[in-house]
Design a protein around this ligand. Sequence first.
Ligand code: G1P
Length: 262
Amino acid sequence: MKPTCAVIPAGGKGTRLYPLTYAVPKELLPLGPVPTIQHVVEELVTAGIDDIIVVTGAGKRAVEDHLDELARRGETPARFAYVSQKQQMGLGDAVNAAAGAVGDRAFVVALGDGIIAAPTQASLLLRMLAMYEREDARAVVAAQQVPQADIPRYGVFAPGENCRDGFSVVDLIEKPPIERAPSNMAVCARYVFHPTIFDYLARQAPGTGGEIQLTDAIAAMARDGGGVYACPLAPDECRLDVGNLKSYYDAIGRMLGGGARP
Ligand code: G1P
């Protein structure tokens, strides 16, 4: 089942960037000449996906205005639909809010506050889509190696067997303390899913931070019959994240340094 649509979760309040994001959604913070979310849309379109469902929330109207203007001006072939996340109940809840719009289709999830910088646009996503088909997977999740001290900020993989371009996943833990981390390979902002992920999300209990964690639903899927794979970033790919002030300024620095436009 080939993925034909994507979900961009963009409902978060951006509290780690206050006061910058009191009125400006973090997805609209500039990275080079365009807002962050526009890079994400361009990456998806390059990967062949132009049916895009954006999960928004309170105070995110400007995200819709920006994307609708892009489409109106013919600056993107993407078609946008919006669903709203009623409460901030976590990333799993945000993805689940798109269940009706996605329906029975395989789909991509691309976090709206991070871009994958690479010499060839969408190289990571294209590898993930190929892996999804080749392995007949139920989920393919992007992975990045992180320094030990940063492990508690991420979802972390328990790796299984190696496969072409990555490894199978036996378990995942969301934001573990360093001593409980099964590896230093972290979940990295891009996912490809079979629609059965919605069954797991629908029955997922709150986890870390009292939120419905996407990581926990993927872990349940991995433990329950497998079919979950990880696709690590290549050495010339990196994730630029606008989620907090330091990583946002690092991302701007990479952009100004040249060569980072995904
Ligand atoms: C989310 C996910 C986490 C992942 C991270 C980066 O965390 O819950 O598993 O590692 O994105 O992709 P957040 O940064 O929203 O706290």
